[in-house]
Write a protein that binds this ligand. Sequence first.
Ligand code: C5P
Length: 310
Amino acid sequence: MTSAHTDPSPVTVRVPAKVNLELLVGPARDDGFHTLSTVYQAVNLHDDVTVALDDEWNCTVTGPYVDVVPTDSTNLALRAARLLADETGVDTPVHVSIAKSIPVAGGMAGGSADAAATLVACDRLWALGLSTEELEEYAAELGSDVPFLIRGGTAVGSGRGERLAPVLARGSYHWVFAISDIGLSTPAVYAECDRLRGEASVPDPTPNSELMVALRSGDPHTLAPQLTNDLQEAAISLRPELGEVLASGMEFGALGGVVSGSGPTVAFLVEDVESAIDLTVALTATGAAREVRKAIGPVHGAHVIPARVD
Ligand code: C5P
């Protein structure tokens, strides 16, 4: 137990990115969010978030995205720390340090991942002893996909994406992500989806049972044709070159391809690690994406790791 006179050591949490294997968008709700049915999978592109006691609430970011992540009070990780402090009566500020590797505004929940990691890290730092369910409830206040980044694995999301149910998924899947140099705004992509739909009435979405069967099979060939995203058309409408990226990936041997979340990252499912390397090389050579990265899913959600040595 921590003595009253000894500050707790900083806590580092590793958190994955996500890809949506299925993203079915229903009608807009009165609160502006859309009813969703989605299947999330956590993949091993990670951010590491460290929280340490400090004299004031503040945040720093390191890594390739340092210029595009805000470090003021709008930073979602900092907001997560302050929310948890307010809700639990903690009055000891923290410094949140984010070693960022997940693409920013890429449809892979990078900001949400940092918020999820911060909740898990502050729970440990402040010795709150909250359950995963309690942390997921706070997470839902910060964003629709924050609870999933705490849970990880493969899960169905309903409501606005924050209500989770586990999915039986066998095996590991190999992914290749084509990452754009300029992000897309999630609200803008949802708004474009509404615009394209016009007055058409949209039913409440339900999960596709064939996707569940495919996940139980563990076979990427069975899963690939089930990948689907109702936001894809809207993302391509705002960023037409994404259509070309998708076509290139399929031409170079991907089993399936889909825009990840609200984009603009494009996710390709491949057969095995060799195919992932081949596709990464081929897509990199086309220059169609700023960066191409391999990943494996599913992986664990946000979890404490031994402290970083900088
Ligand atoms: O929940 P999150 O903060 O990630 O949502 C960002 C934005 O994405 C929302 O403000 C809303 O415009 C849109 N969104 C939506 N329906 C959802 C999730 C997000 O319209 N289910």
